[in-house]
Design a protein around this ligand. Structure first.
Ligand code: GDD
Ligand code: MG
Length: 365
């Protein structure tokens, strides 16, 4: 089977992390975001994966070559000379997507869930129409594509409206599709939106269905949602793959809830860690440190008695003794926060040194 992942541009909404690494390589649950998707696709029998990007992907090529071998898939970069939106990249990759009559998967690259690819394919083949969209329910649908089913029909879509101004339904597009190659005949090779220029028309023709997602889902393309997605992912692991979490019975620093600590990380004495914390490779955590609802990326150092809440600490950054970081702060690569500093909602660019308090959310460059 075939799949295309809409990787897109530089991931500006996930800055300052994406100033250092392209978004797909930023670690989510201690593994590059894209690796979660590749692994699920490979497990479902996908052998051809197209990564649709609109920047020079050199930095990703090396990382992904090793995954090709590990997961036995062929990964092709499809590089746009101008951003082609969410539909144009499908036309650009037509050579691969339409090389046979079988349907192909399409994924937004910035989402996380327990991907139901096999059930999705079986359902799609059973209704024999052109496309199936995975849907989930959210409280605030205004920043998503919203879907209304045909009255009296469990799965056929009557309307697809991207980011509606007024409430029409709380059923939203989860950013995972399976489409027949015939859909490509509806897409021109130019900047086009699949949500605005393609799906409404496929729905009008009665050719588009929904598939309900079970379990967690999140768009993790911005820091606040990345942290929420991390919480959801960890509680999913607690139910399905608890061996990936740190066992509170053997590690008394695990205070409450779900914690993932890389085996190479070093944790000091009398720490209280959790709930919802991910600690990356070679991180060092001093004594008496309090961590909650946060992600500490590879090589970072959290010094004695520091306190981190609802924040992301970038690779090789240092949080000083008695410092307090909170409010969806994001430290880029190699940032130093001096001792006894307070940071609330700071977005701090790589290589900065912070020696004065940041009390209100702001970007430090
Ligand atoms: N190759 C390529 N080229 N990819 C692109 C381009 C482009 O020009 N523009 C956007 N993308 C990629 C993004 O990187 C992302 O993976 C995906 O397409 C969706 O774009 P976003 O910018 O993240 O859209 P969104 O989050 O506002 O809305 C989309 O996702 C929601 C679910 O998270 C829509 O598909 C909504 O309908 C959906 O509900
Ligand atoms: Mg998104």
């Amino acid at each position: 089977m075939k799949a295309l992942i809409l990787v897109g541009g530089f991931g500006t909404r996930l800055r300052p992390l994406t100033l250092t690494l392209p978004k797909p390589l930023v670690e989510f649950g201690n593994r590059p975001m894209i690796l979660h998707q590749i692994e699920y696709l490979a497990k479902a029998g996908v052998t051809d994966i197209v990564l649709a990007v609109n920047y020079r992907p050199e930095i990703m090529v090396a990382a992904l070559q090793s995954y090709e071998k590990e997961y036995n898939v062929k990964i092709t970069f499809s590089v746009e000379t101008e951003p082609l939106g969410t539909a144009g990249p499908l036309a650009l990759a037509r050579g691969i997507l339409a090389k046979d009559d079988s349907p192909f998967f399409v994924l937004n690259s910035d989402i996380t869930c327990d991907y139901p690819f096999e059930q999705l394919r079986d359902f799609h083949l059973s209704h024999k129409n052109e496309g199936t969209i995975v849907v989930t329910k959210v409280d605030d649908p205004s920043k998503y594509g919203v879907i209304v089913n045909q009255p009296g029909h469990a799965s056929k879509i009557e309307r697809f409206v991207e980011k509606p101004k007024e409430f029409i339904s709380n059923k939203i597009n989860a950013g995972i599709y399976i489409l027949n190659p015939s859909v490509l005949d509806r897409i021109q090779l130019k900047p086009t939106s699949i949500e605005k220029d393609v799906f409404p028309f496929v729905a009008q023709d009665g050719e588009l269905h929904t598939f309900d997602l079970d379990g967690f889902w999140m768009d993790i393309g911005q820091p606040k949602d990345f942290l929420t997605g991390t919480c959801l992912y960890l509680s999913h692991l607690a139910k399905k793959q608890s061996e990936l979490l740190t066992d509170p019975a053997t590690q008394d620093f695990v205070h409450k809830g779900n914690v993932m600590v890389h085996p190479s990380a070093k944790i000091g004495k009398d720490c209280r860690i959790g709930p919802n914390v991910v600690i990356g490779p070679n991180v060092t955590v001093g004594d008496g440190v309090r961590l909650q609802r946060c992600v500490i990326l590879e090589g970072a150092a959290i010094k004695d008695f520091a306190w981190v809440h609802s924040s992301i600490i970038g690779w090789h950054s240092t949080v000083g003794r008695w410092s307090r970081i909170e409010g969806h702060s994001v430290l880029g690569d190699d940032v130093t926060v001096k001792d006894e500093i307070y940071v609330n909602g700071g977005s701090i660019l790589p290589h900065k040194s912070i020696s004065a308090n940041i009390t209100e959310p702001q970007i430090i460059m």
